[in-house]
Design a protein around this ligand. Structure first.
Ligand code: 5RP
Length: 294
């Protein structure tokens, strides 16, 4: 006889994601709630806006004043990824956007060992900031890979204790080859060591990267590309099974950032073809309507 405590009814969708997509293991409520704030239950996708660049690049183009850049984009961002300093100094605490806090850092673009990162913000501070997730970069294949990977697992242990998902950023050094083999290796390592979401770069053969990684994958945008190319890249990632994008420069350095994030949303959430999304971008830009609400 079936125990009266075990429901045979499927869980209602507002519990999404109730269970791990591959293993079926149930997530604790806090972890599931935070995951569903990052990856939207309605589409199973996310458009994360990354504005964390200052932690190693300083005031990069488009982020000289984060508030000015980000405020008009917030209605279209599913999450905002940034450092605690940027959050406290540039973002109003009454915003209704899930925060993904960058908790790794320690080197700058001036250092030859760029991205030899350690922990730069504690889980206590992440909780104080009411975050939906934390992000940490690992450098697989670098001389110092061990340091970044061990620090990452420390963050996973601490975050896990409070139901906070960790997004592993599989950073790539200048000397490393960006191909599906390398991205699969780095993404799989991140997932095996406890990442809830992996952020990586889009490459040819991306399906292999997605299929060999047991947790959701989002892509970084990378250096600024012409808008049609950036939309094509986002579409390629979605078609390959990615859960979305965590895009920075290709949005905030666009000739019309609001029109661009709306075009990216069309690709990610509505499966728009890149050409149609670019037409939307041009249309919004021409009409100056990029700034209207969702
Ligand atoms: C570095 C990062 C960046 O700081 C940022 O989030 C990347 O975004 P984009 O490449 O789209 O500008 O993750 O590893």
């Amino acid at each position: 006889m079936v125990s009266p405590h075990i429901s045979l009814m499927p869980l209602p969708t507002f519990f999404y994601p109730p269970a791990h997509p591959l293993s079926g293991a149930l997530m604790d409520w806090g972890m599931a709630n935070r995951m569903s704030r990052i990856i939207k239950p309605e589409s199973g996708k996310t458009v994360m806006l990354a504005v964390d660049h200052g932690y190693f690049m300083g005031p990069t183009t488009g982020l000289e004043n984060i508030k000015k850049t980000v405020d008009p984009l917030l209605p279209y961002a599913d999450t905002l990824m940034l450092t605690r300093g940027a959050l406290r100094n540039y973002v109003s605490p009454d915003v209704d956007v899930p925060i993904v806090l960058r908790v790794s850092g320690g080197t700058s673009i001036l250092n030859k060992n760029l991205l030899h990162e350690g922990i730069v913000a504690s889980i206590e501070d992440a909780i104080r900031l009411n975050v939906a997730g934390v992000a940490f970069s690992i450098m697989v294949g670098a001389e110092f890979e061990r340091d970044t990977i061990l620090a990452f697992t420390e963050v996973v242990d601490e975050a896990q204790a409070y139901g906070i998902p960790v997004i592993a950023v599989t950073a790539v050094g200048k000397e490393m080859v960006r191909d599906a083999r390398y991205m699969s290796l780095a993404s799989r390592i991140a997932a095996e060591l406890g990442a809830s979401i992996v952020k990586t770069y889009y490459v040819d053969g991306f399906k292999e990267v997605v299929e060999t990684c047991p947790v959701p994958i989002v892509i970084a945008g990378g250096k600024k590309l012409p808008e049609p190319e950036a939309l094509k890249m986002a579409s390629g990632a979605i078609k390959s099974g990615a859960a979305g994008v965590d895009m920075g420069r290709n949005i905030f350095q666009s000739s019309d950032p609001v029109a661009m994030i709306r075009a990216v949303r069309a690709v990610v959430h509505d499966n728009a073809k890149p050409a149609d999304a670019f037409a939307l971008f041009q249309n919004l830009k021409k009409k100056g309507k990029g700034k209207s609400k969702k």
